[in-house]
Design a protein around this ligand. Structure first.
Ligand SMILES: Cc1cc2nc3c(=O)[nH]c(=O)nc-3n(C[C@H](O)[C@H](O)[C@H](O)COP(=O)(O)O)c2cc1C
Length: 212
């Protein structure tokens, strides 16, 4: 599959229901995507990231349980928030919820999970420190998703398990006091490789030239 860079940027979607849960993912392809991802910018080029790649079925099952507990707790809060913000009235909201539920219910079947981590903890840190730390891992995470897409694989950016971050750290042996998890990325080949451009508001509605 050869995608132009514009096609890659516009069709790298959150893939949940179209993850091929039956097709194994070779370690080599994950490593290749990660090598590309690590070309991303990061503060002072310190490369304070660590990446936990999980393909052990028991470890994946343990993370899936944590993810489900976290999403169940979050759904209860979110129902109220979503109503308040009118999110449930936005187009595609039901599909998104259904898709997110599908992922939660099937996470234990995903071939590989990836948890990017960044050094340090950010609780109570100032905005400069926080922006520098998140900005030193999230661009690489997105590059990782792009690299997967260009090879016929897919992922979905997820953060909900971070409400149970310590539990996941214990499962994975991540030194919680020294490293912060940035998300959890399911990795699988996709069922088909055609993905659409997302419906997003035009840039003109959110840009401010020279002054807000
Ligand atoms: C910071 C962040 C956190 C997210 N957390 C979750 C999550 O916990 N679970 C999930 O299923 N999707 C999660 N998503 C995926 C979004 O729902 C998805 O990106 C959004 O609906 C837009 O869809 P698209 O990426 O296909 O355009 C997250 C995305 C981002 C960027």
């Amino acid at each position: 599959m050869t995608l132009s860079s514009d096609d890659l940027l516009t069709t790298t979607r959150a893939v949940r229901k179209r993850l091929d849960l039956d097709k194994p993912v070779e370690r080599a392809v994950v490593e290749e995507c990660l090598d590309l991802a690590l070309q991303a910018p990061n503060g002072s080029n310190l490369q304070g990231w660590q990446w936990v790649i999980v393909d052990d079925r028991d470890q994946i099952a343990a993370l899936a349980r944590i993810y489900r507990e976290a999403i169940e707790a979050y759904s209860k809060e979110y129902d109220t928030d979503a109503l308040r913000m009118g999110a449930s009235a936005t187009p595609g909201f039901d599909r998104l919820t259904e898709s997110a539920t599908y992922l939660a219910e099937n996470l234990q079947r995903v071939p590989v999970l990836v948890v990017p981590c960044i050094n340090g903890r950010m609780e109570g840190a100032g905005i400069f420190h926080q922006a520098s730390q998140w900005g030193s891992v999230l661009p690489a995470a997105w590059s990782f998703m792009l690299a997967l897409r260009s090879r016929g694989l897919g992922s979905a950016w997820t953060t909900v398990h971070l409400n149970r971050e310590k539990q996941a750290a214990d499962v994975l042996g991540i030194p919680y006091e020294r490293y912060t998890q940035a998300g959890l990325f399911p990795v699988a080949y996709t069922l088909g490789t055609e993905f659409k451009r997302a419906a997003r508001q035009p840039s003109s509605s959110v840009t401010h030239w020279n002054r807000w």
